[in-house]
Design a protein around this ligand. Sequence first.
Ligand SMILES: Nc1nc2c(ncn2[C@@H]2O[C@H](COP(=O)(O)OP(=O)(O)O)[C@@H](O)[C@H]2O)c(=O)[nH]1
Ligand SMILES: [Mg+2]
Length: 221
Amino acid sequence: MGKITVDVKREVLRANDMLAEALRREWASRSMLVVNLLSSPGSGKTALLERTLEILKGRMRVAVLEGDIETDRDAERIRAKGVEAVQITTGGTCHLEANMVAKAWERISDRDWDILFIENVGNLICPAGFDLGEHLRVVLLSVPEGDDKPAKYPKAFRTARWMVLTKMDLLPFFDFSPERAVSEAKRLRPDIRVFRTSAKTGEGVEEWANALVEEYRKMYG
Ligand SMILES: Nc1nc2c(ncn2[C@@H]2O[C@H](COP(=O)(O)OP(=O)(O)O)[C@@H](O)[C@H]2O)c(=O)[nH]1
Ligand SMILES: [Mg+2]
């Protein structure tokens, strides 16, 4: 029984990775930068996106796929910014899989986009194991969560190329050491690029948004 479960799991992952690879190629052929945002629930993924979209407006054609277990509240928040958003409700599953993303993508693939954000289901464990075909994986860590999270959830931080420390405005109220968080993350991934932001004050958001534009230009000139 144990062996069959393991084999099935491996097959599911293999099918996911093949589809993810096909999506990555399709998106690259259409000159798109696709960004997968990972974090615990409430770390500020949607809030950072809301701010980022304001900055990117008029510069890049941006769309968002919103992953949640239930409700389409986050997609509504994005649409309120005048940006195209497709909600993916997983109905209990704690992460997005490439097939869910492919289905949502179909709904907007008739138009041209420069950057596609995928907000993953809030969770630092399961989403780390599923490639969605993204070009850039970003993990968010908010000040109230504690600076020990990279060591506790290593896969999320090892597989992310960028890390955003969010809610920096709350630093005076928590025993959170950004230096410790960064050094723990770097132990897992020495080349991880770090941003510090606050969606409340706007601190660091412009730098992060500009880095996304730079990343896009690096890929497509
Ligand atoms: N103080 C502060 N609160 C924030 C910040 N970003 C998000 N929040 C709050 O944190 C909560 C969760 O944010 P949300 O964007 O929904 O997180 P998500 O679940 O990761 O998408 C909300 O109440 C936000 O107002 C921030 O930079 N500073
Ligand atoms: Mg959200």
